[in-house]
Design a protein around this ligand. Structure first.
Ligand code: GLU
Length: 304
């Protein structure tokens, strides 16, 4: 495994087409695009890495997997009254479908859906209480209490988040948002601004590898049925309107974020995190996807 990861990192170090860093969030625009990391966490607790796998980055939309998991724990199937579970075929921040579908987001991984999930799990609590709960959950699944939120990124998103404000207001116009919009969005931005390294991120996905149990700690996080369902949503919706392309090229459930990270799950095999800040036109990590494609070719881990 170490040899495979070193080979991949070596190829990535010479790549010239690295994509563009997300520039609509000023803090992310400042990230050096010439970085790459990959980590593979195995259920037995071993982790293999190559590249700058200890370097912290903004997990952004990968956090939506964790907030969905929390929401399913709190609300069960009532989550599906708030959001759908169909691929959107639209960009991550699109407003178009919302009008046709009376303000109900297609799935929990597009921005509108993730904002609706935050609203659903707020349940009258203060934003800081909910944030503490989300952060606590991420620390628990990654088995790492050092994980924290990058306040600068959160404030940077807040300052430029006009489109997310529009999405939340539009949903509110259909009576679909229960809390004050600034509170919901403030919580959403802080959730997206959790910083993690590839090693931490890979470990955080272990519960999705082994039917809901993190075998490295022996702790059951969700039921096996729920783990399967979260994986299926990641496969169908985890890369926005690039989800079909990702399934075609990589063949694993995966969730990307505009910080350039991707969390991918090879069921019963491994949890994989890759990071390279340059994005393709859709907003998914360009080299991260290529790296996963190479890893799957070498390991045969595609689910198909
Ligand atoms: N916080 C980002 C936003 O709301 C998340 C987008 C992403 O990672 O795809 O725009």
């Amino acid at each position: 495994m170490q040899e495979i990861l070193d080979d991949i990192a070596e190829v990535m170090s010479t790549a010239t087409e690295r994509g563009q860093v997300a520039d609509y969030i000023p803090e992310l625009a400042a990230v050096n695009p010439n970085q790459f990391a990959i980590s593979v966490a195995l259920p037995n607790g071993q982790t293999y890495s190559s590249g700058c796998a200890q370097q912290l980055f903004s997990i952004q939309s990968i956090s939506k997997v964790f907030s969905l998991t929390l929401a399913l724990g709190k609300l069960g199937d009532a989550v599906w009254n708030k959001v759908g579970r169909e691929p959107s075929g639209d960009p991550f921040n699109s407003i178009v479908q919302l009008e046709h579908e009376q303000g109900k987001p297609r799935n929990p991984f597009i921005n509108a859906g993730a904002i609706a999930i935050v609203d659903a799990i707020m349940m009258g609590h203060e934003p800081k209480e909910l944030l503490a709960e989300i952060l606590q959950f991420v620390r628990f699944i990654a088995n790492d209490n050092s994980i924290a939120i990058d306040e600068k990124v959160a404030l940077s998103e807040l300052a430029t988040g006009h489109r997310n404000t529009a999405l939340a207001s539009f949903m509110a116009s259909f009576g679909r948002i229960e809390h004050e919009i600034p509170q919901v969005l403030g919580t959403y931005y802080h959730q997206c601004s959790i910083s993690m390294s590839c090693e931490q991120l890979a470990r955080s996905g272990l519960f999705l590898v082994s039917d809901g149990v993190n075998k490295s700690t022996g702790i059951r996080v969700v039921s096996s049925r729920r783990a399967r369902r979260i994986n299926s949503l990641m496969l169908m919706c985890g890369h926005y309107d690039g989800s079909g392309e990702f399934a075609y090229r990589v063949g694993l459930p995966g969730k990307s974020g505009v910080g350039g990270g991707i969390l991918a799950i090879a069921p019963n095999k491994a949890s994989i995190a890759v990071w390279s800040p340059g994005l393709d036109k859709i907003g998914n990590s360009k080299l991260g996807t290529v790296a996963l494609e190479m890893l799957v070719q070498r390991t045969g881990w595609s689910i198909f």
